[in-house]
Design a binder for this molecule. Sequence first.
Ligand SMILES: *[C@@H]1O[C@H](CO)[C@@H](O)[C@H](O)[C@H]1NC(C)=O
Length: 333
Amino acid sequence: MFSLLRSATAFLIATASLVQGYADPGACSGACWGHDPSVIQRSSDNLYFKFNTGSGIQIATASSLSGPWTNQGYALASGSKISVTGNTGTDLWVRSKYPPHAPDVHKVGDLYYMYYAVSTSGSQDSAIGLATSSTMEVGSWTDLGATGIASSSSKPYNAIDPNLIAVGSNYYLNFGSFWHDIYQAPMSSDAKTVASSSVNIEYNSTGTRPSEGSYMFYYGDYYYLLWSSGICCGYDTSKPATGAEYKVMMCRSTSATGGFVDQSGTACTSNGGTVLLASHGTTYGPGGQGVFTDSSKGPVLYYHYADTNVGLGDGSYLFGWNVLGWSNGWPTV
Ligand SMILES: *[C@@H]1O[C@H](CO)[C@@H](O)[C@H](O)[C@H]1NC(C)=O
């Protein structure tokens, strides 16, 4: 009986891991809507801040990653001061028109830096801006405007979805969405403006070249490059073919500036990439991800996803997170 039970249990565990493959998103209570989230803990008190895309960048806070999250308001309620040709009617990317989106928040020196994107959806008329704050609270953000990273139809990239990585005292800003996919710009020593021209670090030449929302982090011996591959949105009105929805891909390199390969050694610039997290169970289209080092949990992956029991519309997306596991030097969920 005992050994029968034990082998039955072993069988169930093996079957579960074959069928499931991924851990479910961590618990969330309170303001759990998510879209292209950025998460960071304030160094003074470990308070969690969660920033979401859209409407001037929503700020929510919580004393625990699982909540309860409380919406506080908006970081850039009146939009960005970046002016871009083609944005007719006003020189501002106003909240009601083309609101700042895709926030990426990091501590740089004594200040919190929030990189954001402004764009007309689906076009290459885009730019990456920067706002700074000493506390991250609503009302504390100062918009510095353009970083100098911008795009129009003459560029190979679309200058949205910014992500900063510090390498020693150097800063690099990763960005990109479709067209020729993910690029990296060397930044000035204060990380506020672009220093030299951008290089391509990831390219998927197939189909619609659907790579965006990159995020790079350092752990152990490697720089890990994550990105979202596939269709991000509108699942309720036009459900993608199976597997064409968002999923989180990864490559790694010993350098932050190039040489990224997947688990089989294929270059990230030549269609390489290993799946880190894809749809499973009731979790659909996970993406818009990032990684931060939690003060007690270590490296945590966060993302947005649709729960098929809740709703597929963009307004139903939820904030997901998982403590990263590790296997042979690669993160796992
Ligand atoms: C590349 O894009 C195709 C769709 O054209 C997708 O099926 C595939 O998973 C992507 N590969 C990577 C490595 O992102």
